[in-house]
Design a protein around this ligand. Structure first.
Ligand SMILES: Nc1ncnc2c1ncn2[C@@H]1O[C@H](COP(=O)(O)OP(=O)(O)O)[C@@H](O)[C@H]1O
Ligand SMILES: [Mg+2]
Length: 278
């Protein structure tokens, strides 16, 4: 679903991503952890076509994102959930969800916001998935923070994407609400077979909701494994950049991404990364 090989991205002289390799499968919920400034948002923005990488390979849902694409084409494949949900407060909840369809309407219907009955039905189904069908006609500004974030998820689902990218979607919510929002996101995407990459700050949530955890440090993948393998040593590598005895083991074979491993950011690792077909 997502294929990334040796992806590099700089802002001027600031080299942010240093050769990222990552594959994400359909229906997989990947939590990305890392210190502030590690490059998590930059990587998500590359996957969403908002940032253009300097070099490497990047394909999402079969689209080669190293080439330029129209927003409409990308909207059929990738949806984004933001920390501050980016909803229009004065619009109804349903209308906000329907904006997820805009990228897929023709130019004129999109300008005039002429939605088909099928779009409206889809929006209501998406609201049902996040437990907010009964709020469809309410003004969005009347909702709580957690409910607004669930509307943001419904809007992303309404795009019928293959991939949802969530950048710290629960950073401004209290723990109970945050858990409930992540639960809705995970359940809906799992049932629909949507791949999710979700940047989070909280290790606890990564353990609880991730099918897989990817740790980023200074623009490199330094951990890629199951949440159960996210032990103290792994956290040390992700958050303090201090490889412990066992991490990495220089003699270890290059692990498949499904296998838990803390990946060393050393040249042999990069040289041996296979380049898959797009
Ligand atoms: N639009 C931008 N222009 C210039 N530098 C940026 C921009 N976005 C991010 N950066 C820089 O890239 C680095 C990684 O930032 P970011 O991807 O936001 O990390 P994270 O999401 O892990 O906190 C930081 O040094 C940040 O200052
Ligand atoms: Mg960020």
């Amino acid at each position: 679903m997502i294929q990334i090989r040796q992806l590099r991205k700089s802002y001027g002289s600031n080299h942010v991503l240093h050769g990222i390799d990552l594959d994400v499968r359909p229906g997989e919920f990947v939590v990305m952890l890392g210190l502030s400034g590690a490059g998590k948002s930059t990587l998500l923005r590359c996957m969403n076509g908002l940032n253009h990488p300097d070099s490497g390979m990047l394909a999402v849902g079969g689209i080669d994102l190293m080439q330029k694409h129209s927003r409409r084409e990308l909207a059929r494949h990738v949806a984004m959930v933001f920390q501050h949900h980016n909803l229009v407060p004065r619009l109804s909840v349903r209308k906000n969800v329907l904006t997820g369809r805009l990228g897929q309407l023709g130019t004129l219907p999109s300008l005039l916001q002429l939605f088909r009955t099928s779009d409206i039905r889809l929006a209501d189904q998406c609201l049902e998935r996040v437990g907010l069908a009964h709020k469809a006609d309410e003004r969005t500004e009347a909702l709580s923070g957690g409910q607004m974030q669930r509307v943001g998820i419904a809007r992303a689902l309404a795009q019928q994407p293959q991939v949802i990218l969530a950048d710290e979607p629960v950073a401004s919510l209290d723990p109970k609400t945050a858990r409930s929002v992540l639960q809705y996101l995970r359940d809906a995407t799992r049932e629909l077979g949507i791949a999710v990459v979700c940047n989070l700050h909280q290790v606890d949530y990564a353990r609880e909701f991730g099918d897989r955890v990817v740790g980023l440090a200074q623009g490199r993948v330094v951990f890629d494994g199951a949440p159960t393998d996210l032990d103290e040593a792994a956290l040390q590598v992700i958050y303090h950049g201090e490889p412990q005895e066992a991490y990495p083991r220089a003699d270890a074979p290059v692990p498949a991404h499904a296998t838990a491993a803390v990946l060393p950011s050393v040249p042999w690792m990069q040289a041996s990364a296979s380049v898959g077909s797009l």
